[in-house]
Design a protein around this ligand. Structure first.
Ligand code: AMP
Ligand code: MG
Length: 345
């Protein structure tokens, strides 16, 4: 891991607020193919440093377990195990797959960590390609979490399905790192992994910036949070072009095609794995169904942001009332009336 010296603005702000009470250590490193920013408070600088080191090592450990960009990761080895042959799981991977499976069931398949064949068919890692009809049909028929059997410390692929960590791996990394910090006695920390944030303890109102759906560098609103985790899914993240057309890197697992571009979807949840997977799932469900669904769930809030010729429109679940701050004049902000209203949709 490389260490950078520049500090994020939010870390500097928090540092000022808490400086009197505790020592703050900030780190900025490359991890999981992106940038990880850590702010850890402890009674002494040595404690904060030691805990931050443990957290960094934990993120590396998750990467070694889950990254399918690494041929020797445990998940890559599971993906290479012949169909029908049981694979002995580490207790970590068994736990991570259990979390992923639960989120797949909860979202009724809108989040599907077994869609690796579709990711390959659409060339999501190579900038995009148009799959043939037969390739698509094959990827759709075989490529789902439904074809993975997990139990008794083993996993068995029942089809050519491939596991894909793209929509939940960063969330697992953040949750595992925060668990390590908590075990080390840390009661306040903020971790930002490639734009997804997870808090340890209660911060005094942290501004999480949400970018313009078409301009990644322009923060247009802030969601103020005191804990939990926030993640955003949207197309400004990566440029994907298929047949000269811009397409989403988020796939609708039921149709096998890129989900329509609906701007961006931000999710607040208590843990980072849920926020990560659910921002992807709500993008697949689309703004109306996605927000209405989110409003009915316990411990989940969501915000949809879209740019149209009329300007920027943000719509959020009722629980985010009073927690969103617009930063640009053309932003129009509305809230779903109540969860009960959402239920009727
Ligand atoms: P995120 O940026 O968290 O929304 O995750 C998007 C990444 O997850 C994509 O680049 C794919 O690797 C993968 N992915 C795309 N669509 C889905 C989906 N519906 N369910 C699970 N993973 C997906
Ligand atoms: Mg995600």
């Amino acid at each position: 891991m490389k260490t950078f010296t520049s500090l994020p603005i939010w870390a500097a702000l928090a540092g000022a607020a808490l400086a009197a009470a505790q020592e703050l250590v900030e780190r900025k490193v490359l991890a999981m193919g992106t940038v990880l920013e850590l702010s850890v408070w402890a009674e002494t600088r040595a404690q904060a440093l030691e805990a931050s080191e443990l957290a960094l090592r934990e993120v590396e450990r998750v990467e070694t377990c889950l990254s399918t960009w690494k041929p020797e990761s445990e998940l890559s080895r599971l993906n290479r195990t012949p169909v029908g042959e049981p694979f002995e799981l580490s207790s970590d991977l068994e736990r991570h797959l259990g979390r992923a499976r639960h989120l797949w069931e909860w979202t009724e398949g809108a989040f599907d960590p077994g869609l690796g064949l579709l990711v390959q068919a659409w060339g999501l890692r190579e900038g995009g390609r148009q799959p043939s009809q037969s390739e698509l049909e094959q990827a759709l028929a075989a490529g789902s979490m439904a074809s993975l059997e997990v139990g008794g410390g083993r996993a068995t692929r029942r089809s050519e399905m491939q596991l894909e960590e793209g929509a939940f791996g960063k969330g697992i990394g953040l949750d595992e790192a925060c668990a390590v910090l908590e075990r080390a006695g840390i009661r306040k920390a903020v971790l930002n992994l490639g734009g997804q944030v997870r808090f340890v303890g209660q911060a005094d109102g942290w501004p999480y910036g949400v970018a313009h759906p078409l301009e990644r560098g322009e923060i247009v609103l802030e969601v103020v949070s005191r804990g939990g985790s926030l993640a955003t899914s949207g197309n400004s993240e990566r440029g994907l072009v298929v047949g000269g057309e811009r397409r989403s890197h988020i796939l609708d697992p039921r149709k096998g095609t890129p989900a329509p571009d609906v701007g961006s979807m931000t999710v607040w949840a208590r843990d980072a794995t849920t926020a990560d997977a659910l921002s992807t799932a709500l993008f697949v469900l689309g703004p109306e169904r996605g927000l209405a669904w989110a409003a009915r769930q316990d411990g989940l809030e969501a915000l949809h942001l879209i740019s149209s010729p009329q300007g920027l429109q943000a719509t959020a679940t009722p629980g985010l009332r009073g927690r969103i701050r617009g930063l640009v004049a053309e932003l129009e902000l509305t809230f779903l009336a109540t969860p009960a209203l959402a239920t009727r949709e």
